[in-house]
Design a protein around this ligand. Structure first.
Ligand code: GPV
Length: 814
């Protein structure tokens, strides 16, 4: 074996400046004098990438030659955020970069900001994947992220003059992208359609069409670990560039059809978050990246071998299925083993089950993918046969275990009409995990109860986490410095539980005041950011109160906006005296899936409440509301550190985990929230006295559903709620148009599936407690500091350590 320590790249600022100059000249083809910030960004990124190359090769060699099982993280989304600053931090090149760039006549921040954020994910699930690959590399665990390099990421959000969401394509590759290296020589063929025939007693799949999967490799540098892993995102290319015959007939459009069809596969990220639409293209995408990745892993671990011994495959790599999106990988590995490598069914099944594990990220039934069997049969006929056979074996196994017929009926993977991917994943892998303690429990008790009864040992929990490198160090340098000062070390960045050492300092008023000063500085900085980016004038002497996440009914942005409206009405009516009003600025950030009607209407309502409130002289200086457009990682990094009060107000039992809640707690915001997802664990750790809890519990929610829920009752019972809804209904936020929000109002009063109205009173009541504490800055900040001190558990490093121990059974490279 080769030596363990990766080559270090000590470099001085002068040398680094020369490297940037060289990139400018020979790859950007501009002189340093001609260079713009965008040029320097590309040149510096390439220079950093070069610094990582040796450690990357070394990590790959050790991964293949060593005896440490690798992790393959299969995810349809990786929401990476901007790369340069993170790569500099992890590679230890930040200081050299700062000086080098200044020597070239630029401000470091302008170069960092010149990067266009890649949006290859929707929200929490995609960002979690990005945090996990950062942690894997930082812990020195050999790993591959496998996914898709979408040409268009999550849409860009703007609002029209009526406050409606407008989606525009995110053509992120319009800008030179220095991080991904397209490797045409490591391509894979992925086939679709056609039929299955028998030849010499063997099933043979004769596909109808194929696409060329070409990997684009991103380097994933670990923080101070000297390890660099690989994120391999596939892009789809056509084998037939164009059809010459058609072209000769001048049917130009027809000539490029096959190319268009092939390249469509990686063209666009589906913008639905937690609601799956069973569309053909989506299944094509899933199969495309999973098939290419499985073949790639075999190529990597058995180089040059025609007849590899794939019974050793589960010792080489373990695949984590990030939700149901990559679950078609289970029948695909079966097919590869049986059809391409001649293994018998039982051997193939044994290898497959050992290789895969599945993470479930939801409790919403509509988010569990179910594919029509007809679609799978058309697109992947051989896979449908394999799925049928897996299901037969499964039903036999259940019968053998004495499971009742009607239970088996409920559990079927293949119903004849459709294929239930979550069930396939649960049966076809070794472990199933939820993403927070409550969520994992509810999976066992409800969503996957039948499976947990039969296979209890498969079920486990891994509570989510976030990377402290991006979400504390980069996002909040002021707090990071203070933490390092308080702890006397910066080791907390790779061992976040060290933050506990800050707890005693919460008794030290001087330290608490420094902590408060950091928050004030972050607020000030955000005021500048909001002015530059959105042209807003924000009063920094107000409480910054934030709700940022995808727009979804279960997350209950409605609850927040109704409370805001109620407060607005109270100020207007003089129900509260001027002295009792605590000035607040409320920030929302949320994208709605383009086809999600009520979600989009909620955005429109927030925008129009914002217009009315912010232009009303009666509430000036007391209340302001902003719906910030295009919430993304960059905005998160700016807004979270400036936030004082964070909203995590989903209906109990609906948010699998949440990860925003962790980012806010680590950045010293207090949370108002329900007993849902990871809120439960955050509250346990930071202390009930340092968390604003309100609302129904899971059991209370269940009981109310069972008893028959009538939202109108709550509307009649609380005058604050009645008034808020009436204002929405009577046209106050729609220039007198009473129809504008009629569907939303009707939904609240007659359906209200997520019980917003039932939780309203508790939510409105707790505001007094929040405001009382806020009037005592020292006490507020003491509690906020205790949130930071006690949130070390929510590092994604800890999540990865849990995966290693409970699921993957592997560890760092030697
Ligand atoms: I399923 N999540 C998501 O972002 N997209 C999805 O398609 C599905 C789940 C989210 C959950 O909603 C969050 O509660 C969770 O924190 C996150 O996944 C990461 O686990």
């Amino acid at each position: 074996m080769t030596e363990i320590t990766a080559p270090k790249s000590p470099v001085t600022a002068d040398q680094f400046a020369d490297e940037i100059r060289e990139q400018l000249k020979y790859t950007q083809n501009v002189t340093p004098e001609q260079a713009t910030a965008a040029d320097v960004y590309v040149a510096a990124s390439k220079a950093v990438r070069n610094h990582l190359a040796d450690a990357w090769f070394k990590t790959q060699a050790d991964t293949v030659n060593g005896n440490t099982k690798a992790v393959g993280y299969f995810s349809a989304e990786f929401l990476m955020g901007k790369q340069l600053e993170n790569a500099l931090l992890n590679a230890g090149l930040t200081d050299q970069f700062d000086s080098a760039v200044e020597a070239l006549g630029f401000q470091p921040k302008d170069i960092i900001d010149a990067e266009y954020e890649p949006g290859l994910g929707n929200g929490g699930l995609g960002r979690l994947a990005a945090c996990f690959i950062d942690s894997l590399a930082s812990l020195g665990v050999p790993a591959f992220g496998y996914g898709i390099q979408y040409k268009y990421g999550i849409f860009k959000q703007t609002f029209d003059e009526n406050g409606k969401q407008v989606e525009t394509p995110d053509y992120w590759l319009n800008n030179e992208e220095p991080w991904g290296h397209i490797d045409y020589n490591r391509d894979q063929k992925v086939s679709f359609g056609g039929e299955v025939v028998e030849e010499n007693g063997k099933k043979v799949w004769k596909p109808a069409w194929s696409v060329r999967a070409v990997p684009v490799d991103y380097l994933v540098p670990g923080y101070k670990s000297q390890r660099v892993n690989t994120l391999r995102l596939w892009t789809a290319k056509s084998y037939d560039e164009f059809d010459l015959l058609a072209f000769n007939r001048s049917e130009y459009m027809d000539a490029v059809k096959p190319q268009v069809k092939a390249e469509n596969i990686s063209k666009i990220l589906y913008p639905e978050d937690s609601t799956k639409v069973g569309k053909e293209l989506r299944l094509e995408q899933q199969y495309f990246f999973v098939s290419a990745s499985l073949h790639d892993a075999i190529r990597v671990f058995y180089p040059g071998q025609d007849k590899p011994d794939l019974t050793t495959f589960p010792n080489k790599i373990t695949f984590q299925l990030n939700d149901t999106h990559p679950v078609i990988g289970i029948p695909e590995l079966m097919r590869i083993l049986i059809d391409e490598y001649d293994y018998d069914w039982d051997t193939a099944w044994d290898i497959t089950v050992k290789t895969f594990n599945y993470t479930c990220h939801t409790l919403l039934p509509e988010a569990l993918e179910v594919w029509p069997a007809s679609l799978i049969g058309e697109l992947l006929p051989r896979h449908l046969e394999i799925i049928e056979k897996i299901n037969e074996q499964f039903e036999d196994e259940l019968k053998g275990k004495g499971v009742a017929d009607e239970t088996i009926e409920r559990m079927r993977i293949y119903t004849g009409d459709s294929v239930r991917m979550a069930y396939l994943a649960t049966y076809g892998g070794s472990h199933v995990n939820g993403v927070a303690a409550l969520h994992s429990q509810l999976l066992k008790d409800m969503t996957l109860k039948d499976f947990s009864d039969v296979y209890p040992a498969k079920f486990t929990n891994v509570t989510n986490g976030v990377t402290p490198r991006r979400f504390v160090k980069l996002a909040n340098p002021g707090l990071s410095d203070l933490i390092t000062e308080g702890l006397g070390t910066d080791k907390w960045l790779s061992d976040l539980e060290l933050l506990e050492g800050l707890a005693p300092l919460a008794k030290d008023d001087e330290f608490v005041k420094k902590f408060a000063a950091v928050k004030a500085a972050n607020k000030h900085a955000f005021v500048g950011f909001a002015k530059d980016h959105y042209g807003l004038d924000i009063d920094e002497n107000t409480m910054f109160n934030t709700m940022v996440k995808r727009l979804h009914e279960y997350k209950r942005q409605s609850l927040k906006i109704l409370a805001v409206i109620s407060k607005y009405a109270a100020i207007k009516n003089g129900t509260v005296s001027a002295d009792d009003i605590l000035p607040r600025t409320v920030f929302f950030g949320a994208k709605a899936a383009p086809g999600y009607y009520l979600a989009k209407m909620t955005i429109q309502l927030i925008n129009n409440v914002s217009k009315v409130v912010n232009n009303d002289p009666d509430v000036k200086g007391k209340l302001a509301v902003h719906m910030l457009p295009n919430y993304n990682i960059e905005m998160a990094q700016n807004l979270i550190p400036a936030t004082e009060l964070d909203e995590q107000i989903s209906q109990a039992g609906k948010e699998a985990s949440g990860t925003g809640n962790m980012k806010f707690a680590l950045n010293g915001a207090l949370t108002v929230g329900t007993l849902d997802g990871a809120n439960v664990e955050i509250r346990e750790r930071v202390g009930a006295e340092n968390f604003f809890l309100f609302g129904m519990t899971v059991d209370e929610v269940e009981k109310l559903y069972a008893d028959g829920y009538d939202p109108a009752k709550y509307y009649e019972a609380d005058p604050r709620l009645k008034q808020a809804i009436d204002l929405v209904a009577n046209g106050t936020f729609s220039n007198g148009d009473r129809n504008a929000y009629a569907p939303l109002v009707a939904d609240w009063l007659t359906k209200d599936w997520f019980m917003t109205l039932a939780d309203f009173s508790a939510y409105a009541d707790i505001q007094a407690e929040i405001e009382k504490l806020y009037r005592d800055p020292l006490e507020w900040n003491r509690k906020a500091l205790l949130n930071v001190a006690n949130s070390g558990f929510f590092s994604s490093d800890r999540s990865i350590e849990d995966y290693l121990e409970r699921i993957w059974h592997t560890g760092p490279l030697a």
